[in-house]
Design a protein around this ligand. Sequence first.
Ligand code: NAG
Length: 206
Amino acid sequence: MDMKHLIPIFVIFFFFMSTTSASVALAPSSSDTQSFSFSKLEGDQTFSILPTDVDLKLQKICGETDYPIECLTTTVPFLDENVAIIPVSILKVEIDAIHNKTKEAIDKAYEFSMNPSTSRLLPLCLKTCINNYNAIVESKQRIVDAISIGDANELSMELSHNMEHVFACEDEFKEAKIKSPIAELNSLLVKIITNSLTICVDMIKF
Ligand SMILES: *[C@@H]1O[C@H](CO)[C@@H](O)[C@H](O)[C@H]1NC(C)=O
């Protein structure tokens, strides 16, 4: 694990340590099964944290991804208890999460483009982002089909394209020297897509 990955985990760790309880509920109405207790675990990494009262199989799957916290927070609330916790079922939930977060990003981008802006370039950047997000939304059916026929090449190609679409959106703001108003969602999207690629490439035996 390099520093790029370690830093957000430190931040998250100290954030939770600084709250009165080490447990965090994912949703206001969440039941006990949706509460995480974070604890420090010894592992082959010098320092890692993983929720301890989450399904062990899910902990193992998410633990092998680059962004375990995002893997858990985007899947735990959406796991049907009748669904087997195996990499392919987690991948399907992550694909749904990518779809939902992309739609959220489209809404945000529209919202920002309606606001009177300090930069005349902002609406242009947002327009590119919306086009890229739409391409991600359109890829969902191809991804679902690729999973169902077990086409790992198609699947990783579609996911890689989606990642490029998100990076290209952020690059628009960089080039225009504008602070990205959707950096947080884009960062989350990149993390979920990265995790999906890891699950698809390293964990599923197609
Ligand atoms: C995605 O959104 C749909 C519709 O709002 C919802 O039913 C589903 O649980 C969401 N899934 C994820 C993983 O966010």
